[in-house]
Design a protein around this ligand. Structure first.
Ligand SMILES: NC(=O)c1ccc[n+]([C@@H]2O[C@H](COP(=O)([O-])OP(=O)(O)OC[C@H]3O[C@@H](n4cnc5c(N)ncnc54)[C@H](O)[C@@H]3O)[C@@H](O)[C@H]2O)c1
Ligand SMILES: O=C(O)CC[C@@H](O)C(=O)O
Length: 526
């Protein structure tokens, strides 16, 4: 009988489901990392919320562990690459606490508008401070929504019900979806300039870290109020403190902090600052939802091999899996490539298969393209929820199957529709199923997409490669592989270089300054 450990406080119905399904379960919460390391070896499954940190060290001490289930959305407390390397499936429950968290954001917005916590505290001290708490109405005010995914879209619908205007910034929000949601799609600067309240609903990624930086806070309207129920690190806490002290930001409510538990913060004690200890998902309803879901998902996997809401493996039947596996790796790389190069502008995606690829079930291939494409924006996207999320956001997804065989025996082509036209990348499988890029935006270029890569577009001219090599060499950047393609002699050329590690912004700037360079971008592949 498989054995599961529930290591964070979870609704008791989770343990009941495990037992009903025939899975042995222990509930041992509040352990230190060393204590967890000492016991994790006996378990096949681990059910967690946010308190347990599943580090590489914990995984190394867990030889029997097959699956980790997060009763919630964010998986920042799990080292997913380390779990994948150990063959441990990581699952989450992406929708169970969305409504609850959206309601928390709205509750904090009202608390800020009427300074409820401080008014309550002073009233209970017997001060009856009737003249000290002049509030603001939310009716007719503009709510700036940064991130319009599951939670953001629920917040928007609630705010519209409160007769607010909603302006949303989300690179993946299509104009059609914005209309459907009843919000105005805007760029970040427009949102910052217009919003009376700003609420954040994105994951924490390299793009979103400090999205409310000192510089961006300065672009907000004087008197703005800020709410963060998503992840600590989206708001620069020191800059927020300064902006509040200067009277520019009228109020801020944080449910999440860079350091959690947040036992101290310069923001504590600041007038009109409100905080809660990461309570966004803490309602009976949400905790029942996520507990039931995580117990069912872990039991399915441990008992029957069924995979749902996995973040690091595709959901597949046992028969299809071996044939599709290399295609899905190729599809995800192509999706990731267009996502990194064009993500902000994508309105639609077409996935074409030809040759041998056309004989397979195309759905997982398309799902892998979408997962690669959208992972740039959300680390919780997986092959299971990527097609659903794409549909929900009005992303036009097409699948085309060609029976003909072209230049390659098998080919997957991904074309994204953008404001500046259609852009296409294509790849094939070589040897024993190794994915290889063969075409990039109309230029024939062969490359394995792996690790850190530099993408450079330049005007084809003699001596350029030498100058580029010197620039990288002087910066101590070692080139692993080098792939070159061009439209025609003297025309536009594309270079894809694999490099041994990340390249600093300074070096990227130096490359930009080389004669003939049009675009430089650092890409990252698994
Ligand atoms: N406070 C809590 O207890 C609590 C509870 C649940 C979820 N969360 C967190 O809330 C966040 C949102 O969850 P969700 O379920 O809505 O996720 P989601 O993946 O459905 O939505 C995230 C949205 O952010 C957008 N996005 C990504 N990068 C962006 C960028 N650079 N600028 C603007 N938008 C960008 C994505 O396109 C997507 O639409 C997550 O970080 C999650 O972990 C917190
Ligand atoms: O488990 C919690 O209480 C927080 C969950 C939340 O941060 C999430 O990402 O789902």
């Amino acid at each position: 009988m498989p054995k599961v450990l529930i290591s964070d406080k979870m609704d008791p119905r989770a343990a009941a489901i495990f037992r009903e399904r025939g899975v042995e379960v222990d509930e041992i919460t509040g352990k230190t990392p060393d204590e967890l390391k000492a016991i994790i070896g006996q378990y096949d499954g681990l059910a967690i919320r946010s308190a347990t940190k599943v580090t590489k060290e914990i995984l190394d001490a867990a030889p029997n562990l097959k699956v980790i289930g997060r009763a919630g959305i964010g998986v920042d407390n799990v080292d997913i690459p380390a779990a994948s390397a150990k063959g441990v499936v990581v699952m989450n429950t992406p929708f169970g606490n969305s409504i609850t968290t959206a309601e928390h954001a709205i509750a904090l917005m009202f608390a800020l508008a009427r300074q409820l916590p401080e008014a309550n505290a002073q009233t209970q001290q017997g001060l009856w401070p009737k003249n000290g708490f002049m509030g603001v109405e939310v009716t007719g005010k503009t709510l700036g929504l940064i991130g319009a995914g599951n939670i953001g879209s629920i917040v928007a619908s609630r705010a519209l019900g409160l007769k607010m205007k909603v302006v949303a910034f989300d690179p993946f929000l299509t104009p059609e979806r914005a209309v459907e949601m009843g919000v105005e799609k805007a760029d970040l600067d427009t949102l910052l300039a217009k919003a009376d309240f700003i609420t954040l609903h994105t994951p924490l990624t390299d793009q979103t870290r400090n999205i409310l930086s000192k510089e961006n806070l300065a672009k907000t309207k004087k008197g703005v109020r800020i709410i963060n129920c998503a992840r600590g690190g989206l708001v620069d806490e020191a800059a927020l403190k300064e902006a509040m002290d200067a009277g520019h930001v009228a109020g801020a409510a944080l449910d999440v902090f860079v350091q959690e538990p947040a036992k101290e913060s310069p923001l504590f004690g600041t007038p009109n600052f409100i905080c809660t200890p990461h309570l966004g998902a803490s309602t009976d309803e949400a905790q029942v939802n996520v507990a039931l879901q995580v117990a069912e998902q872990l039991s399915d996997y441990l008992l029957d091999g069924g995979i749902t809401n996995a973040l690091n493996v595709p959901s597949l039947s046992a028969e299809e899996a071996p044939k599709l596996k290399p295609y899905m790796a190729l599809a995800e790389e192509l999706g990731s490539l267009v996502g990194q190069l064009e993500g902000d502008h994508v309105q639609g995606v077409s996935v074409e298969v030809e040759g041998h690829a056309a004989e397979l079930n195309q759905k997982p291939i398309t799902a892998a393209v979408l997962a690669g494409l959208m992972r740039v924006y959300s680390d919780t996207v997986n092959m299971v929820n990527a097609p659903f999320l794409a549909k929900e956001r009005g992303l036009d997804v097409r699948e085309v199957r060609h029976d003909r065989e072209g230049d390659y025996q098998t080919l997957v082509r991904v074309t994204v529709k953008t404001e500046s036209g259609d852009k296409s990348v294509a790849g094939t499988l070589f040897g024993h199923g190794s994915p290889r890029l063969v075409e990039l935006f109309g230029i024939k270029v062969e490359a394995d997409l792996e690790g850190h890569m530099l993408y450079i577009v330049n005007q084809d001219a003699p001596g350029f490669i030498g100058r580029l090599g010197s620039t990288l060499g002087e910066a101590g950047v070692n080139i692993g592989t080098f792939h070159l393609g061009r439209r025609n002699q003297g025309g536009e050329a594309v270079l894809l270089l694999s490099v041994d590690g990340a390249v600093s912004q300074e070096v990227l700037n130096d490359i930009c300054k080389l004669a003939g360079v049009k675009t430089v971008k650092l890409l990252r592949f698994a």
